[in-house]
Design a protein around this ligand. Structure first.
Ligand code: NAD
Ligand code: MG
Length: 377
C-alpha cells in the first residue's frame, strides 16, 4: 500500500477519495480539514491516519480532546496543513481543499518532492506560474482531478512525438441557469444556484458553475496544466456532462473522454495513473442517452468566463485578483449579502486596476489578501 495525504477530507472530493483510495492501493497517512470536526472525527476513527490537521486552531484543540484515545498526532493552522503535505513518508498528496488556502500546502508538497493530485483549482489559477516552476524544479507530477482536466490528460496519453495538439475543448454543463437572460439572472437566489443539474459538489464550486466562473477558472487551470495558450482553449456547453472534454490534434482528429458523470473516475485515475483499475461506477450506455447536446456559451448573460480569459491574457497578478474577488463575492452571495449578478461584475472591476507583477508566492498571497479586503458589496 502507498501512503496518501488527503487535504479537504470531509468535502465532496475528499469523501469520494476515501471511497476509492483503498481499492486504488492507498492507505491514509494524514488527513486535514478546515473547521468542521464532527464528520472528521468519524473519518479519523475509521481510517486511523498517523496525522490529522485542522486549519482552525480552536477546532483543532477540540479535536485533540475528542480523539485523545487514538494514536493520531493533531496539528493546526497553515503550518499544520503544510507539515502534512510535506510528510517524508507520503507517496501522493491529494489537495481537495476549497480556495486559495490550498496554495501553500500544494507548494509544500511539491517542495518535499511529492506528486500532487490536484482538485484545488484555485491553486493553479492564482499561482500557476510559481506552482509549475516548482513542479519542474522538483521533478514531480501534478495530476489533474478536475473532471475536464482529467479528460484532457487522458486524451493526451499516447500523444505522438511529431505533430501537435491544436486545441483543447473543455465541456461545461451550463449549470442551473442555462438559457437564462441577464434580466432573469438579477433575481436568482443562493438556493437556486446550489441546485446543480448533474453534480453534487461543495457550495463554492456549485455557485461558480452557475455563474460560469468555474469554466473561466478551468481555462486558467488548463493553461498551466497543459502549457496551452488561452486562444487554443475552447469551451462548449454540453448539458449532459457525459463528454468530459476533448483534444483536437493537428490532423483534425478529435479525441474525447466520456463516461457517466461521476467524480470517482477522475479521482481514481489520479491515484492509479498510468494504470486503470476496476471501479464500481455506472457504465455508460450511449443508446440509453439517445442524444447528447452541445451549445456555444452565452457570454452576454454569463460574462465571468471572458473576464477570466482577459485576466489570463494579461497574466501577472490578474488571475489571482479575479480569483480572490470571486471567492469573497461567492461567500457574500451565499450569505445573502450580494446579488448574483455582482459576482462577475466585481471580478470584471479588478481588470481596471493596475496591479504589481508578482515575483513570488508571497506576492500572490499579498495580492489575494488585498483584493479580498476591497470587496464590500
Ligand atoms: P467542499 O466544500 O465540499 O469541501 C472542501 C473541503 O476543504 C472540506 O473538507 C473542508 O473542511 C476543507 N477546507 C475548507 N477550508 C479549509 C481550510 N482553510 N484548511 C483546510 N481545509 C479546508 O468542496 P469540494 O466540492 O470538495 O471542492 C474542493 C476543491 O475541488 C475545490 O477547489 C473545487 O473547485 C475542486 N473541484 C471539486 C469538484 C467536485 O465535484 N466537488 C470537481 C472539480 C473540482
Ligand atoms: Mg470541472
Amino acid at each position: 500500500m502507498k501512503n496518501l495525504v488527503l487535504l479537504g477530507a470531509t468535502g465532496s472530493i475528499g469523501t469520494q477519495t476515501l471511497e476509492v483510495a483503498e481499492e486504488a492501493g492507498y492507505r491514509l497517512l494524514a488527513m486535514a480539514v478546515g473547521s468542521r470536526i464532527d464528520a472528521f472525527e468519524e473519518q479519523l476513527r475509521r481510517f486511523r491516519p498517523a496525522f490529522a490537521a485542522v486549519y482552525d486552531e480552536k477546532a483543532a484543540a477540540d479535536l485533540k480532546v475528542r480523539i485523545a484515545d487514538l494514536p493520531i498526532k493533531v496539528l493546526s493552522g497553515m503550518d499544520g496543513l503544510c507539515t502534512l503535505a510535506a510528510l517524508p513518508k507520503a507517496d501522493l498528496v491529494l489537495n481537495a481543499v476549497v480556495g486559495m488556502v490550498g496554495l501553500l500546502p500544494t507548494m509544500a508538497a511539491i517542495g518535499a518532492g511529492h506528486d500532487v493530485a490536484l482538485a484545488n483549482k484555485e491553486t493553479l489559477v492564482a499561482g500557476g506560474a510559481f506552482v509549475m516552476d516548482a513542479v519542474r524544479k522538483n521533478g514531480v507530477r501534478l495530476l489533474p482531478v478536475d473532471s475536464e482536466h482529467s479528460a484532457v490528460f487522458q486524451c493526451l496519453q499516447g500523444k505522438p512525438e511529431k505533430g501537435r495538439v491544436r486545441r483543447l475543448i473543455l465541456t461545461a454543463s451550463g449549470g442551473p441557469f442555462f438559457g437564462y437572460t441577464k434580466e432573469k439572472l438579477e433575481t436568482v437566489t443562493p438556493q437556486m444556484a446550489l441546485k446543480h443539474p448533474n453534480w453534487s459538489m461543495g457550495a463554492k464550486i456549485t455557485v461558480d458553475s452557475a455563474s460560469m466562473m468555474n469554466k473561466g477558472l478551468e481555462i486558467i487551470e488548463a493553461r498551466w496544466l497543459f502549457d496551452m495558450p488561452e486562444d487554443r482553449i475552447d469551451v462548449v456547453v454540453h448539458r449532459e456532462s457525459v463528454v468530459h472534454s476533448l483534444v483536437e490534434y493537428d490532423d483534425g482528429a478529435v479525441l474525447a473522454q466520456l463516461g457517466e458523470p461521476d467524480m470517482r473516475v477522475p479521482i481514481q485515475y489520479a491515484l492509479t495513473y498510468p494504470d486503470r483499475l476496476p471501479s464500481p461506477v455506472k457504465r455508460l450506455s450511449l443508446a440509453d442517452w439517445g442524444r447528447l447536446t452541445f451549445f456555444a456559451p452565452d457570454d452576454a448573460a454569463f460574462p465571468a468566463m471572458q473576464v477570466c480569459r482577459e485576466a489570463l491574457r494579461r497574466g501577472g497578478a490578474y488571475p489571482a485578483a479575479v480569483n480572490a474577488v470571486n471567492e469573497r463575492a461567492v461567500a457574500l452571495f451565499l450569505a445573502g449579502k450580494l446579488p448574483f449578478s455582482r459576482i462577475p461584475a466585481l471580478a470584471e472591476e479588478t481588470l481596471a486596476k493596475t496591479l504589481p507583477t508578482p515575483s513570488s508566492v508571497e506576492d500572490i498571497l499579498e495580492i489575494d489578501r488585498c483584493m479580498r479586503s476591497e470587496v464590500t458589496k
